[in-house]
Ligand binder design. Structure first.
Ligand SMILES: *[C@@H]1O[C@H](CO)[C@@H](O)[C@H](O)[C@H]1NC(C)=O
Ligand SMILES: *[C@@H]1O[C@H](CO)[C@@H](O)[C@H](O)[C@H]1NC(C)=O
Ligand SMILES: *[C@@H]1O[C@H](CO)[C@@H](O)[C@H](O)[C@H]1NC(C)=O
Ligand SMILES: *[C@@H]1O[C@H](CO)[C@@H](O)[C@H](O)[C@H]1NC(C)=O
Ligand SMILES: *[C@@H]1O[C@H](CO)[C@@H](O)[C@H](O)[C@H]1NC(C)=O
Ligand SMILES: *[C@@H]1O[C@H](CO)[C@@H](O)[C@H](O)[C@H]1NC(C)=O
Ligand SMILES: *[C@@H]1O[C@H](CO)[C@@H](O)[C@H](O)[C@H]1NC(C)=O
Length: 365
């Protein structure tokens, strides 16, 4: 589909480019000797350059999926540039001119041929993946975008990536690094959006810090509300929360449709979808609540929670959960400002969880 589209663009532009140099209709690409070819005997780089520039631009803007064509065009540009320089240096004998035209002509046809082939590199890469399904492929194709530097970056964690940091790119944002991890077992393709485990990071932060994100993606961190908003509104995401207690007990909560509202809507918890898991549902009460921090309290019931070092959260009269709460190494707190998930800790608010990982993944089925 895409490459067919590209073909039409290419053909149109090449046609236009040829008629500019007086070569006539596309069947006459071989350039019959004519009055115009005498006047303008060959494709001069300077006359083709605007066309090539436009093609390059089109490839980046319209196609945006593969850099193969861009590279070919760049290569062609430099070849033509060199050819022109050489031509200037030594006068080309009249009988050789036809040949030279043909060469340029062939080069352009080669590019068009290449454009016909559907991104062979990309397909090879994908078909080598162990668990690649047509659906996976589709998602990955969708998520691939061209950055300014012409590097192809995904917009979410790919399912073939192991536990590590990877660069991604979202619309309207510079590329940034994320940690791609696992939810349960080797279940992959999950992006870690928040992590707690050693208390090394301070989560008692200002509104703007929660908007932008903070911490070390290999350690403790929060990814940032603006990124969450973009990701969860561009594609449907599921949310997976892993929780752990001081004594080693673990549990999880899974939600199948996680959506964060916009800045204008105070990054409201717009949707969580269906709950599933072992930890109990301590997020339902926070559904459709605005995000609050100690300097920006939007809890409609008003509360001291964010001011009490409980971190930013979608508070509603405090509520049943606060995973950005204060870290207590021994899992015990004097106030109820620790890391809390009520249903998992039997509403014992002086217990503070010691490990948390929140992960999201685009829904694929
Ligand atoms: C080239 O020839 C065509 C007719 O064959 C004529 O219409 C056109 O004006 C000529 N162009 C030049 C630049 O002489
Ligand atoms: C794609 O894979 C085939 C077979 O593995 C190989 O012959 C071909 O060169 C590959 N193409 C590219 C563009 O990597
Ligand atoms: C990633 O790391 C987690 C935790 O260490 C582990 O449970 C999971 O199996 C790992 N996944 C892969 C694909 O290696
Ligand atoms: C997870 O992946 C690791 C490394 O890829 C492998 O050693 C381990 O057996 C896998 N575990 C499961 C449960 O599949
Ligand atoms: C950890 O503590 C909780 C709550 O006190 C208890 O329900 C659970 O059984 C304990 N787990 C272990 C492994 O001791
Ligand atoms: C909950 O998750 C388990 C494990 O993934 C799955 O087997 C079960 O069908 C899910 N239940 C619901 C109601 O989605
Ligand atoms: C959100 O909090 C800010 C700062 O406290 C306040 O100015 C604003 O009115 C609040 N908005 C809502 C809708 O509660």
């Amino acid at each position: 589909m895409k490459s067919g589209f590209l073909m039409i663009f290419l053909s149109l532009w090449i046609l236009e480019g040829l008629s500019l140099t007086g070569a006539g209709p596309v069947q006459n690409v071989h350039l019959e000797p004519s009055n115009s070819s005498i006047k303008n005997p060959c494709f001069e780089y300077s006359s083709v350059k605007p066309l090539l520039d436009r093609l390059l631009q089109l490839n980046m803007e319209v196609i945006g999926k593969s850099n193969t064509l861009a590279e070919s065009l760049k290569a062609l540009q430099s070849m033509l540039s060199i050819a022109e320089t050489e031509k200037k240096i030594k006068e080309v004998p009249a009988n050789k001119k036809g040949e030279e035209i043909k060469t340029t002509d062939d080069l352009i046809r080669e590019i068009v041929e290449q454009a016909k082939e559907p991104n062979t590199n990309f397909e090879n890469e994908s078909s080598n993946e162990p668990n690649s399904t047509p659906l996976d492929l589709e998602i990955q194709t969708e998520s691939v975008e061209l950055s300014e530097s012409n590097v192809i970056l995904p917009s979410s964690c790919r399912r073939d990536l192991a536990n590590d940091t990877y660069q991604i790119e979202l619309r309207g944002m510079k590329p940034f690094y994320v940690f791609c991890g696992s939810a349960e077992g080797n279940d992959s393709g999950w992006m870690v959006i928040q992590r707690r485990f050693d208390g090394s990071e301070n989560f008692h932060r200002y509104w703007e810090e929660y908007v932008d994100g903070f911490g070390d993606i290999k350690g403790e961190f929060f990814i940032g509300l603006e990124k969450l908003h973009i990701m969860t509104t561009d594609k449907q995401h599921e949310l997976h929360i892993k929780l752990g207690m001081f004594n080693g007990s673990t549990a999880y909560a899974h939600y199948d449709h996680f959506v964060i509202g916009s800045k204008d809507d105070f990054y409201r918890l717009e949707n969580i979808g269906q709950y599933n898991g072992t930890a109990g549902d301590s997020l339902e009460q926070h559904l459709s609540r605005k995000f609050s921090t100690h300097d920006y309290n939007n809890d409609s019931l008003g509360n001291r929670c964010p001011a009490d070092e409980s971190g930013g959260w979608w508070y509603f009269g405090c509520g049943q959960s606060q995973l950005n709460g204060k870290f207590y190494k021994d899992g015990q707190s004097k106030k109820s400002n620790g890391i809390l998930w009520g249903t998992f800790q039997d509403y014992k608010w002086r217990t503070s969880l010691t490990t948390v990982e929140m992960l999201i993944r685009p829904i694929s089925s």
